[in-house]
Structures are given as C-alpha cells and as structure tokens.
Design a protein around this ligand. Structure first.
Ligand code: M6R
Length: 611
C-alpha cells in the first residue's frame, strides 16, 4: 500500500502535498517523492529514500511557483526502496509524471511491448509502465492519453497524473485502490484517505472504481473509463476533526489510541443500545429486509490479521448467544477456495481500513455467489463500506498507528452488538440481551481501570524487554486474544512470539519452554480458567516464566506465576476487550524500551491493498 496526494489551485501545492504525505505516511514509509508543475511549465521532481521528513528537509528552502502537483509515500512491492523506484515516475521525455497506489498485474507484457517500441525504463517498478503508456497515447490532451492507457491496464490503481505539455490540469483515476477528491475555493486536493484533507476542506467526492477525474483550477469532470461518458457526482460534507489525527500530548499515536479505547467504546455503542428492552439498535442493519436476515442459516466472517482475530471472538459470541453457525475465514485464503455459499449465507467482512485487498476480493466473490454481504468497517466511505449491502461502522475515529488497537477493540464491541441484534431475532431472551448490553455499557469504565495500571505494565515491559521469544496462550474467547497479543509484540517490538490455544501447547510448543521463553497466559476467572491453570502448571514444571492476566482479586496464582496483571470482572464474552489493553500496553512499552518507532514498524503498512 502507498499514499498518494495531488493539488491544483493557487501557489500552495508543495505545502499541501508535504502535509498530506505526513498524514498518509502510515500507508507506507520507505521512500517519498513530489513533482510539481511551475508557472512557466517547468516540472520539479524530487524523490528521497526514507521518511517524509527526508523529502521535506530537502525541499523546504526551494522557492517554487507551483500550482499543480502530485506526491507519493511508498511501501515497496516491485523494486527495493530507492530513489529510482520512488514515485513520481516519468516517461522518456520527462513530460508525464504520475503517482500510483496499487499493482499493475500485466506490467511485464506491457513493459516488453513498450521496450520493443523504444521506451527506456529507469526503475524496477510496475508503475513506470503507466508513465510510458500515457506517453504512448499522449497527443496534447492528458485525460485522453490516460483514458486510452488505462484501457490496456489490468490490476489495481489510484492514480494521479500531470503533464508538462498540458499543465493546467490534474488527471486522476481509480480501480480497487481508494481515492478521494476535496474541494475548496479555487483549490482541489486529492488523497488516498480523507484524513489528509482535514483542515483544508470537508467537501469531498469519493471516486468509484472505473472512474477518471479531470481537475482544473475551477472545475472538475468525472468520466467512466469504460464508456467515456460523464458521471454526475457532487461533493458531500464529511465530519473529521483535526484533533483526531494529532497526537494530543502522547509521544506516539499508538499510545494515544490505546488510551482512547474507553471513548472509542462509547462512540461505537452510542445510540445503539436500548438496554431496558435488551435490544441493539443498528441502523446499518435495519435497512435490510429483516426476514432475510432472520432466515440466514450461516455466517462467514472474513478478515485479515487482527481483524480475523476479532472475527474469531465474534464467531464464539454469535454461536453461543445467537445460535448461528459461524465460520471465520482469512481473506487471503477464502478468495482462492471454492466456497459453498448461497443466498442463505451472510458474508461479513471485518476491516478497519475497508481497503484490504484480500478481504475485498473475498467480498466480491461472495457477492457473485449471491450471499448477503455485510461489513464492519472503520473508515467511512471505504470500498468495503460501499460494496456491502449493509453494515455497521466502528466509529473508532482515524487509527494512525500501523498496529491496530482501538479499531480491534471496537470490532469486538460491534460484534457483541450484532450478537444481541441477531440473537434477539432468534430466541435470545430480553433478560440475556439486557445483561449483555449492561456489561457492554460498563466496558468504558472497566477499560479505564485497566489503563490506570499502565505504570506497572511499563515496569513489567522493562523487565521482559530483552527476551527474544514469547508464547501467548488463551482459551475460548481469549484464544484469539493470544493470537492478537503475539501479533502485537511481533509487529511493535520485533520479538518472536507465538499465539496458541492453551490446549494446544502440549501438542508441540511445550518443547520450546525454558527459562528464556516466557509465557503470557490470558486467564480470567471464566469457564476455562481451571484448564488454563493446568497449562500454567505444565509450564512451571519446565522452568518457564509466566505472566498471567487474570481477574482482579484472584490470588490463586501467586505461587505459580512470575508476574500478574489484573483486569476487572466482566461477562466472559467481553473479557477479550479488557485482556487486550495490557497486552497492547506491554507490546508498546517493550517497543519503546527497545528504541523502536512503535507507530511505524518496519516493513509494514497500515492497510494492505496488494495481494
Ligand atoms: O484494515 P484491515 O482491518 O482490513 O487490516 C487487516 C490487517 O492488515 C491488520 O489488522 C494488520 O494485521 C495490522 N497490522 C494489525 O495490527
């Protein structure tokens, strides 16, 4: 995944573009570049390896009279991070410059044809073929050249193109990668994500797949790439607050987002619980024919990474309380299987970004097969949100840190609400609905309590930060949380960790246990607590160190464990929300202790829009 930005208007291209890149940096951060057309039609193009700061420092004293420009922050797919592979890419004549997010699948054959025709390539990227293809079709009119070029292209793209020889316009196009246009007086902005536009405008148009936009200083036109006809689209006003995308006194976005969790839970549940009646009120699902929803025989929940672990928690909840058979599938696997789906199957995609390529491809496959498609999505207006028939927004606010925390918590909370919503359609009693909703409404306060313990967790993180291996164990609702805890410490601290179902330890991982391989046990006092205690004994017997997360007031473990973190008591199905908080803090503090940038782990990107 990469971030792209563009500007056309007064003299302010450089400032907007650098600002936008900083906000999009979470999407990729191995190299960055900018190209602007100056008054007088000169193109300036600068690219740097490393963070946006490198690029910013390099051009901050440049005095450009730029009115049109494009910029890019890269997460390498084809070709190592280097200046030559960084975007913008240009054609042989240094006329066409473009930035691209996505993958050109047929780039090899296109490149071979273009090379045969005499085009000289400078990079190892798939994107550069686009610049030469546009060059091939260019006869003075940029949009015509881009339109014709895209007809030859297979793959995914969000694209912004400028041309020295057609300097007063910015041409953009979208297929399977996000792109939003923002409008202000005499200025138009483009970006991969609306967070880049905050403070510049709140009037936006989300581009749809197969659309090309032609933007001039005072006008815009959107065209269907397939049939060249104009599409009528007007800007909508979005709600986004500058404070949502700032650190607000925290050293890292990751810490800010963990500490936001109580507020996030309130936002995810606001107006969605009628506690006295034991009902969840989910407007996003009420739009559906309720009989169709009631007649659903099975749900397949699809997600990748953390979202798939939230999905697993949802599986347990929906089966236990709503009595619906549920399967969880990884987007990257589901899309290549021959899934058996019909109109009585609901396919529910869980995705923070709503842009994850594997989850999206699975969604499209489910649509083709006639399933009811649903989404749990955080980014408003994202592709999953638009492609599903119905769904529920997380309302977690922008998640900037690459590792997901608050969005994951909100996914579990939304899944709990959906459990009540669907459960009440299928025989869940009002008393049970009420009980679950009451416990959900207590969660913000309980999460606050866990956050109060952050200094202790920081001390523990110091104690354990030099270990190179961890085993995370949990059962039932907290088995996926063991996976999530292990994923977080891998991502944030680069420590090898494995997440396992507690009962699986004796089937192999126990061989690894010694005094250098600490185990984190997620063991609240619940229906599987005793089983977890037996697993702890097994680890202790082999000299392993144990960190236990257990319920406040539980003193039983004092003789077995090395360290304990307490979480308050709640309903078993909601314990994952509380157990995650110390795991997140632990991973964050270990990462800080190791001197890492915990907001932007190496090799990762916030949303993975490639296969
Ligand atoms: O945007 P999505 O929720 O679809 O993203 C899914 C995963 O890529 C994401 O959860 C990933 O595993 C994160 N790095 C987890 O912290």
């Amino acid at each position: 995944m990469c971030g792209i930005a563009g500007y056309i208007g007064k003299d302010g291209a450089k400032d907007f573009l650098i600002n936008a890149l900083k906000r999009l940096e979470y999407r990729g951060y191995d190299s960055a570049g900018i190209a602007v057309v100056e008054k007088g039609n000169e193109v300036r193009c600068v690219k740097k390896v490393g963070r946006i700061k490198e690029l910013e420092d390099n051009i901050k004293n440049e005095k450009w009279g730029e009115t049109v420009g494009i910029a890019h922050t890269r997460w390498a797919t084809h070709g190592i991070p280097s200046e030559k592979n960084a975007h913008p890419h240009s054609d042989c004549d240094s006329n066409i410059y473009l930035v691209h997010n996505g993958i050109i699948e047929n780039y090899k054959s296109l490149k071979a044809d273009l090379e045969r025709a005499g085009h000289i390539f400078k990079s190892n990227t798939d994107t550069e073929v686009l610049a030469h293809l546009v060059e091939k079709h260019f006869a003075g009119n940029l949009e015509e050249a881009v339109l014709n070029a895209l007809k030859e292209v297979e793959g995914a793209y969000a694209l912004a193109v400028i041309a020295r020889e057609d300097p007063d316009k910015l041409v953009v196009a979208k297929k399977s990668s996000p792109l939003v246009l923002g409008f202000s007086e005499g200025e138009t902005f483009i970006a991969s994500d609306p967070s880049a536009l905050v403070g510049f405008t709140d009037r936006v148009i989300y581009m749809d797949d197969g659309e090309l936009g032609v933007i001039t200083t005072d006008d815009y036109k959107i065209i269907s790439i397939e049939n060249n006809s104009e599409v009528n689209k007007k800007p909508n006003v979005i709600e986004l607050d500058l404070s949502d995308i700032q650190k607000n006194g925290f050293e890292y976005f990751l810490l800010k987002e963990i500490f936001e969790c109580p507020e996030v839970i309130k936002n995810s549940t606001r107006g969605r619980m009628i506690i006295e009646e034991g009902l969840a009120k989910l407007g996003g699902l009420e739009v559906l024919d309720q009989k169709r929803l009631r007649d659903i025989e099975r749900i397949i929940i699809i997600g990748c990474g953390s979202a798939s672990y939230a999905a697993m928690v949802g599986e347990y909840m929906l089966e236990e309380y709503a009595g619906i058979p549920v399967e969880v599938e990884l987007g990257s696997e589901f899309r290549y299987r021959k899934p058996i789906i019909d109109e009585r199957t609901a396919v529910l995609v869980v995705s923070q970004s709503g842009e994850t390529a594997d989850s999206l491809a699975s969604l499209m496959e489910a649509k083709r097969k006639g399933a009811l498609t649903l989404g749990i999505v955080n980014v408003v207006g994202s592709t999953v949100a638009r492609e599903t028939e119905a769904g529920v927004y997380n309302h977690a606010g922008p998640e900037i840190a690459v590792a997901s925390t608050k969005a994951f918590i909100s996914q579990i909370v939304v899944l709990a609400l959906i459990t009540v919503y669907m459960g009440r359609m299928r025989g869940m009693s009002m008393i049970m609905g009420k009980r679950i909703l009451e416990e959900i409404s207590n969660l913000p306060k309980l999460v606050e309590d866990v956050l109060q313990d952050s200094e202790n967790i920081r001390t523990l993180a110091k104690k354990y930060s030099a270990y190179e291996n961890f085993l995370y164990l949990g059962r039932k609702y907290n088995c996926p949380i063991a996976y999530e805890g292990a994923l977080k410490i891998k991502e944030i601290s680069y420590i090898h960790a494995e997440g396992y179902a507690g009962g699986e330890m004796k089937h192999g991982p126990i061989a690894m246990i010694d005094e250098n391989f600490p185990c984190v046990f997620i063991a609240p006092k619940d229906s599987v607590y005793e089983k977890m205690c037996s697993n702890m004994e097994e680890v202790k017997a082999r000299g392993g160190k144990i960190i236990a997360i257990t319920t406040k007031g539980n003193e039983d473990l004092n003789d077995i464990v090395s360290d304990t973190i307490y979480i308050p008591k709640t309903l078993e199905m909601l314990t994952p929300v509380l157990a995650c908080i110390p795991l997140y803090l632990f991973a964050a503090y270990v990462g800080i202790e190791r001197g890492l940038d915990i907001d932007k782990p190496r090799n990762l990107a916030k949303s993975v829009t490639v296969e």
